[in-house]
Ligand binder design. Structure first.
Ligand SMILES: Nc1ncnc2c1ncn2[C@@H]1O[C@H](COP(=O)(O)OP(=O)(O)OP(=O)(O)O)[C@@H](O)[C@H]1O
Ligand SMILES: [Mg+2]
Length: 340
């Protein structure tokens, strides 16, 4: 039987109408029963607490009625996160073998969550995505949400980090409360904002406290959401952060085979005059998936504007030229901004 202390607290929270307290005490009670290997009772309690179908079938943003409760930053009144209904599944993402296997494994853990829970275990809850821009971190998070039939919740850490440091911890608390209240795929984007700021800012001690708060919240997280952190700057994350993630997926520029798959995917339904030969895939060496996609879109537009029915290699070459010019002007303007 549950300890008298927890039962007293549970009834007190019910009488006081304290929803958050009721939830966390119930979770502590379930954990206690599980520790005693009363797995069936713990499962039943969990079903009562989260709803009978919460473990196996998930719901959309509208069904969960989440939009109304999006937390905002007190100082600026801006939303701290963005909720999205995922539309692209795993078959819309080109991945290397290792990452595809890792993602399939994560899905398996969630799809067979009940078995794991009946043994007192939980599916993977914290995953780190790292790698250069445009190589599939966000789209992979979307695909995970799509396959799990959950909303995708994107948290941009740079907007959570407030100019008033005390407010940052409060913002983080609001975000964690939100993702704890419903099962979502929570993507903490630009995750390095926390680590980076710590090195730059004079109030080093305060920011360190914010990072520690974040880590404590991660450690204390007991909801059913899958937490993904994404960064382009994995080198500046310290070991305390790395340690928290059970799985790390590295996203890189596509290999020749992946470029071929990407061309097949992004040119689906487009009639073309060329095959995906080495000469063609070679045009996209050292180019991110997102850049390849942009080049292809431009080439297709050119084809349409030229009144042609077939995509020609010249359309691609022309779009590539344009991309090079675009990159050049971007580099120039970045240099100018840096010099100011
Ligand atoms: N591996 C991929 N497979 C298919 N499409 C991709 C892939 N990677 C990127 N894309 C396309 O490029 C777009 C941008 O990619 P995405 O947002 O996933 O990049 P990212 O790694 O999150 O970049 P950033 O670090 O800038 O956030 C996607 O919406 C998708 O259309
Ligand atoms: Mg991204």
């Amino acid at each position: 039987m549950a300890s008298g202390k927890l039962l007293r607290q549970l009834i007190r929270s019910g009488v006081d109408g304290d929803d958050t307290g009721f939830r966390s005490i119930s979770e502590a009670l379930i954990a206690e029963e599980r520790q005693k290997h009363h797995n069936l009772l713990a499962n039943d309690l969990e079903k009562i607490l989260y709803g009978s179908d919460s473990l196996s079938s998930s719901k959309s943003v509208a069904q969960l009625n989440l939009k109304q409760s999006i937390p905002v930053d007190k100082e600026r009144g801006l939303p701290l996160l963005e909720l999205k209904e995922p539309v692209r599944g795993l078959n819309e993402v080109v991945l290397g073998d290792t990452n595809r296997e890792s993602i399939k494994r994560i899905l398996k853990e969630y799809n067979r969550e009940e078995i794991l829970r009946s043994w007192g275990m939980r599916p993977v809850e914290r995953v780190l995505f790292c790698g250069p821009p445009g190589c599939g971190k966000t789209i992979s998070a979307e695909a995970l949400a799509f396959e799990l039939n959950r909303p995708l919740c994107i948290i941009r850490l740079d907007s959570v980090v407030s100019s008033y440091l005390g407010e940052t911890s409060a913002n983080l608390r609001k975000v964690f409360d939100f993702i704890q209240s419903s099962p979502v795929v929570a993507l903490f984007d630009e995750f390095d904002a926390l680590g980076k700021e710590r090195a730059d800012v004079a109030e080093h001690g305060e920011l360190k406290r914010v990072v520690n708060t974040f880590l404590q919240m991660l450690d204390g997280f007991s909801g059913q959401s899958l937490i993904i952190a994404a960064t382009n700057h994995e080198d500046i994350l310290d070991s305390a952060i790395w340690r928290r993630f059970e799985d790390v997926l590295a996203f890189e520029y596509p290999t020749v085979a992946q470029i071929k798959n990407l061309l097949g995917l992004k040119l689906r339904g487009v009639r073309r005059e060329f095959e995906y030969t080495k000469q063609v895939t070679g045009l996209f060496k050292n180019t991110s998936h997102a850049d390849i996609e942009r080049i292809l879109k431009r080439a297709i537009k050119d084809m349409l504007l030229d009144g042609e029915e077939f995509l020609k290699l010249e359309h691609i070459q022309h779009a590539l030229k344009n991309e090079k010019a675009r990159k050049k002007s971007l580099t120039k303007s970045t240099r100018k901004t840096a010099a100011k």
